[in-house]
Design a protein around this ligand. Structure first.
Ligand code: UDP
Length: 337
């Protein structure tokens, strides 16, 4: 079959590769000028690798996903650690662990680390959001400092995420077209479409807009070898920024001794950031999900929405790849070549 895939992020690229290997002819269109979606990274002018859309840390318990991606990259061992900066300027381990609790008191954890951060991140109070959002971050009673203490497989692609995705897409049955937006005309040349564009936009917003949070990234080059005590530092203050990342603290991110590159994240509504949709908003009542379902029901059987925007889900990279592998498995069963 001729298959159109809209969006060359991890989901679209995994489906593209799986179905190309099955003999299907894939055209993958990408509106940006690069592949890898929000996992895109590049070497900046200081020789330091920067993740353009914020820190991407690969972690999973899913052996199939780990082995799948390991065909396209070597993962370098890396266990992500972070700190939070308190109002007095001191750093404590984050996610909260026994040391953090000793320093701030157990009863203060929610008010210090979660309320202000969540308010600026989502523009909403904790109580208005699905509790699973903050459950992403563990609170530990031991002295472990890992951000993802329960994940067996963790690492950084040795040549970066962009190269990993380029290798996924390097197949004779895959044609990649950058700087190309979806247009209905593409459906005239394809039998089926996997679409990662925002589902509400595709359907002309007839049931209203699905809300998203976005991030403005502020990149600074500092003339110092190292600046932060950890790769990321989360802020507990009520200023506009949520966290900062010092890129060279990750392996294979360059080691210029004269400079360090830091990126500060400032959350905002996606309409205030050029319609860049990063985080679907999981409200506590599930209203946004209901709107999403109305859009899904309107969709033609020749099109399947995929990924964070297409499925309106707050998923990590490993979940995106897992979901893509399952979508491809199902498609292969339905349409054997
Ligand atoms: N969170 C928080 N304080 C922090 C870090 C996270 O309140 O210092 C909450 C916040 O609501 C955030 C969620 O936990 O949106 C998930 O955090 P995570 O670090 O997993 O977010 P991501 O890396 O996906 O932006």
């Amino acid at each position: 079959m001729n298959i159109l895939i809209v969006g060359a992020g991890l989901t679209g690229s995994t489906i593209a590769r799986e179905l190309a290997e099955e003999g299907h002819k894939i055209t993958i269109i990408e509106k940006r000028d690069h592949v890898a979606g929000n996992a895109y990274d590049y070497m900046d002018e200081t020789g330091i690798r920067v993740h353009k859309y914020g820190p991407h840390l690969f972690h999973t318990n899913n052996k199939r996903v780990w082995e799948y991606l390991s065909q396209f990259t070597n993962f370098i061992y890396y266990r992500h650690k972070a700190k939070a900066q308190l109002k007095d300027g001191n750093y404590v381990p984050f996610p909260v662990n026994a040391e953090t609790i000793e320093k701030v008191g157990r009863d203060n954890v929610l008010d210090i680390f979660f309320r202000p951060y969540t308010k600026k991140m989502w523009g909403k109070e904790l109580e208005e959001l699905d509790p699973n959002i903050i459950k992403r971050v563990p609170v530990k009673d031991n002295r472990d400092e890992s951000y993802f203490p329960n994940d067996t497989y963790q690492g950084i692609p040795d040549e970066g995420y962009t190269v990993m995705v380029e290798k996924m897409l390097d197949h004779p049955n895959i044609e990649v077209r950058l700087n190309t937006e979806f247009d209905m005309v593409w459906m005239n040349y394809n039998d089926y479409c996997f679409n990662s564009m925002p589902i509400d936009e595709y359907h002309g917003f007839v049931h209203g807009e699905l809300p998203y949070r976005s991030l403005k990234f502020h990149k600074k080059v500092i003339p110092m070898n190292k600046v932060l005590p950890s790769t990321t530092v989360n802020f507990t203050h009520d200023g506009p920024y949520t966290r900062v990342t010092e890129w060279k603290n990750m392996p294979a991110h360059g080691n210029n001794p004269h400079a360090s590159v830091l990126t500060f994240e400032e959350p905002c509504d996606y309409r205030d950031n050029d319609m860049e949709r990063y985080y679907p908003v999981k409200d506590v009542d599930g209203e946004n999900r209901k709107t999403y379902e109305k859009y899904r029901e309107m969709t033609s059987p020749k099109m399947q929405f995929i990924g964070r925007c297409g499925q309106y889900v707050y998923i990590d990279m490993h979940q995106a790849v897992n979901s893509a592998l399952q979508i491809a498995d199902k498609f292969k069963k339905e349409y054997e070549v």
